[in-house]
Design a protein around this ligand. Sequence first.
Ligand code: AMP
Length: 289
Amino acid sequence: MRVAYTIQEVRDWRKSHKHADAVLGFVPTMGALHAGHGALIERARRECDLVVVSIFVNPIQFNQLEDYQRYPRTLEADLAFCDQRGVDLVFAPSEQEMYPEPLDTYVEVQRLTTHLCGAFRPGHFRGVATVVTKLFNIVQPDRAYFGEKDAQQLAVIQRMVRDLNFPIEIVPVATVREPDGLAMSSRNQYLTPEERAIAPILYQGLQAALELARSGERSAKALVARARQIIEQEPAVRIEYLEVVDAQHMQPVEHIMAPVRVAVAAWLGKARLIDNVFFDPAEKSGPES
Ligand code: AMP
């Protein structure tokens, strides 16, 4: 496995390794790698000839300096993690390498960023879209893998690729969970043992909303009320948002007629956790429901 710290090294590696019909898969991350990232990497490894992982804690997508500074950085363990999964190249640039001078150019995806995290983290998705554009231009992948855990991010990147004609296929990967249902996240490290025990309540709330939808309920308000009822049983959890949005444009819906996501963000102690579930009203009910 090669490790590149500069953009030039990535370009040189690409020139010598990417043959005409080789498919290059790319997994952008911020490091502190866990089984969620592992699922993206393993999928890329199965589907592509070459796999590149980037590890970069992107300062321009954090709206709080403190959050950026305390974000876990575990490069050595991350490199071993990638090596074990057969990654060909890890790109781990410094902040100076990615932002040698302040940017005058940003990529801004509108509409899809007006709700959910976009409403509570000003500038966040502009930072994400901009760094992903830079990484796409540096790595020039054929496919890029993104987790459904960050559903709004996934939708934003899909939209950006369509709007700006990036010749890249975006591949969504299902959320990887702990055995008790908690979505894996680098930020789960911030939870105390007591908070960690409570944290699965978020997914339980979303699951309850999903069950209600599967039983035929189409009112977004009713689904939100059901999820709230469960999550609010834990007073330590402070809900930031809990919304039903259409899965494509991330806009709130009242009546569910097309695929939606029920999405939540909540604070538990020092950790801000997000999660979501997908529901398609056209889906056939299982035999048991
Ligand atoms: P991050 O390092 O948190 O920026 O995440 C890098 C990529 O991994 C993003 O596409 C995330 O959506 C994805 N990811 C993070 N956690 C999970 C998870 N639990 N399941 C699936 N994908 C994930």
